[in-house]
Design a protein. Structure first.
Length: 276
């Protein structure tokens, strides 16, 4: 019996149906590994639930807007500059990054890398499990990575909205937000300047910052291959370098914040083209 006849016997054509199975092929799908009888259509099973969720969210948003109005301010004037000048809340994460990075890094490079990383996820994820359902235990790396980036972004937004006051200084909710904060007196220095203060020459200090930066990325390139050999081997070379390169960039923001707040280091790498 030919494969076409087998297909028609298993799934006979039905004129009452608006869909039909075109052909059977040997093997299973890479992602789902499910038979046709174990699947359901997106409409109405999925979109119906998503529509209800969207309506509930819209109703909640309308309820909030009824009791909490947007704070409209006076018309812009060239004679008066608001202090602080804050972007809309969804951009305050980027504005907060300006405290720790060069403007073109915080405003262009890092957001672009976020977008590129999200686009690359389907091509980097080789785990066929957990497709179509919540699978925390089956996809720990993917879920924890996403949660780390998502929480990190919201932390920067919350800081910009609720804790940045006059002159972009740190204000607690119980502080007087109409009074300027006195200078902390802490001096911010670049890493190469600190090394020069320890007795290094200018060239040696600059070279040390380059070596430390390369060492930072080298840790992300080497350590996972030692700790998670099977996972790293399954990724392949190209995916491995891409995944852990993006992971190193994902960690660079909290590391930079830690160096600034803990050791008053403004930039740990200074080049003629950019500062990190």
């Amino acid at each position: 019996m030919s494969e076409r006849n087998t297909t028609e016997n298993i799934y006979p054509r039905n004129p009452k149906k608006s869909y039909a199975l075109m052909e059977l092929v040997k093997g299973q799908g890479f992602q789902t590994k499910k038979q046709p009888e174990d699947t359901v259509f997106v409409w109405p099973h999925l979109l119906y639930i998503e529509l209800i969720a969207a309506l509930v969210f819209l109703a909640g948003l309308l309820w909030v807007c009824t009791f909490k109005h947007a704070p409209l301010e006076d018309m812009a004037s060239a004679d008066t500059t608001p202090n602080p000048m804050k972007a809309p809340w969804y951009f305050l994460g980027l504005q907060e990054l300006l405290v720790f990075f060069d403007p073109w890094l915080a405003g262009m490079v890092l957001p672009s890398l976020i977008v590129v990383g999200m686009i690359a996820i389907p091509y980097l994820d080789i785990n066929p499990k957990g497709v179509g359902y919540w699978a925390w235990k089956e996809r720990p790396f993917a879920i924890w990575t996403f949660q780390f980036g998502w929480v990190q972004w919201w932390v920067f937004i919350i800081i910009g909205v609720f804790f940045r006051g006059l002159d972009w200084a740190w204000y607690w909710p119980w502080d007087d937000w109409h009074q300027h904060k006195p200078s902390s007196g802490a001096t911010l220095n670049d890493m190469n300047v600190i090394l020069e203060g320890w007795g290094m020459s200018v060239s040696a200090a600059n070279m040390s910052t380059y070596i430390m930066t390369i060492g930072y990325f080298a840790v992300f390139m080497v350590l996972p291959a030692i700790l998670w050999r099977k996972f790293s081997r399954n990724l392949g070379f190209a995916r491995y370098v891409t995944v852990w390169g993006l992971m190193a960039l994902l960690w660079i923001s909290p590391v930079k914040v830690f160096l600034r707040l803990g050791f008053n280091i403004k930039y740990f790498l200074v080049t003629p083209w950019f500062k990190v």
